[in-house]
Design a binder for this molecule. Structure first.
Ligand code: RET
Length: 296
């Protein structure tokens, strides 16, 4: 469709007798072979990791499975999103109009259509909260703080999506700024609140949390940088964008997951979750039939 816009414009301008202002053909920024192959490779990595995580889940008792299940869900969602992008779904075009000044002529609009991989944002809006849940449960973060981190995280991804589709640069960087503020809230919850509470656990869990949360925060901070040079300022081409996110996604999901689960399995019981998430609604806390009659 985009090509036909370009063709139509070329045809129209070629039939003009005296070209007064010659609008150039729209530029299409899309992925090539490298990008497409990368998407398939990451899809396969996500599928294999998911199978491994589900297998690891079945090897531990159901009471200790929460981290395994969360981590397997993360790579499962990523596999679905990478499949969507590899087959060409989950991709749209963002139209950008750049006014180019001409000497002695009116300005010429330079139009760019750039592929936006919106399936990524759908993936991130589900998987980054799950990653945060993994880390929060490991640290023993309070429920209210977990919610703050997750809501801030969802705001970060959604405003990042708006930024990716905005046409004018003012609102685009405005949305980006909102997303960055939301990201700072996430950083605060992990780096201060979660780190504070994990100190109350055994030293192995505390040291492990500091290492894996530090790894996570460094990785996550690279995402907005890539966004800035890719979707943001369009300095990086689409293939470079795909490869950069692919490396980060593999580190942030499968590598993070294997590290978390192998270490979790070797940690003492303080690394595990008790209560409902381990045992469901047990005898304590359920209302027994006849309770009311007992006092009568
Ligand atoms: C965006 C752009 C707007 C500003 C910020 C961003 C942050 C994104 C992050 C994404 C993390 C993704 C992960 C995926 C795992 O596979 C939305 C790029 C701050 C932090 C961990």
């Amino acid at each position: 469709m985009i090509d036909s816009i370009g063709d139509a414009m070329k045809k129209a301008t070629s039939t003009l007798p005296i070209p007064t202002v010659v609008p150039d053909a729209p530029e299409l920024q899309k992925s090539g072979d490298v990008g497409n192959r990368t998407l398939w490779v990451v899809f396969v990595i996500m599928v294999i990791s998911s199978i491994a995580f589900y297998a690891m889940a079945f090897r531990v008792p159901v009471q200790k499975r929460l981290f395994h299940i969360l981590t397997a869900f993360i790579t499962t969602f990523a596999a679905i999103s990478y499949f969507a992008m590899a087959v060409g779904d989950g991709i749209s075009h963002n139209k950008i109009v750049i006014k180019e000044k001409q000497k002695n002529f009116p300005d010429v609009d330079h139009i760019i259509y750039r592929e936006v991989y919106w399936a990524r944002y759908v993936d991130w809006s589900v998987t980054t909260p799950l990653l945060l849940l993994d880390l929060s449960l490991l640290a023993g973060l309070a429920g209210a703080n977990i919610l703050v981190a997750i809501v801030a995280d969802v705001i970060m991804i959604l405003t990042g999506l708006f930024a990716a589709f905005t046409v004018d640069s003012g609102p685009k960087w405005g949305w980006y700024a909102i997303a960055c503020i939301a990201y700072l809230v996430v950083v605060y919850q992990l780096a201060f609140n979660a780190r504070g509470v994990v100190k109350g656990k055994d030293s192995k869990t505390a040291t492990f949390f500091t290492a894996i949360a530090g790894f996570t925060l460094i990785l996550w901070t690279v995402y907005p940088v890539i966004w800035g040079v890719a979707d943001g300022s369009r300095k990086a081409d689409v293939d470079a964008e795909i490869v950069a996110y692919a490396v980060l996604d593999v580190l942030a999901k499968p590598v993070f997951g294997f590290w978390l689960l192998f270490t979790h399995d070797s940690l003492s019981s303080t690394g595990s979750i008790e209560g409902f998430w381990a045992n469901g609604f047990g005898k304590e806390g359920t209302l027994r039939v006849g309770d009311d009659d007992e006092g009568a």
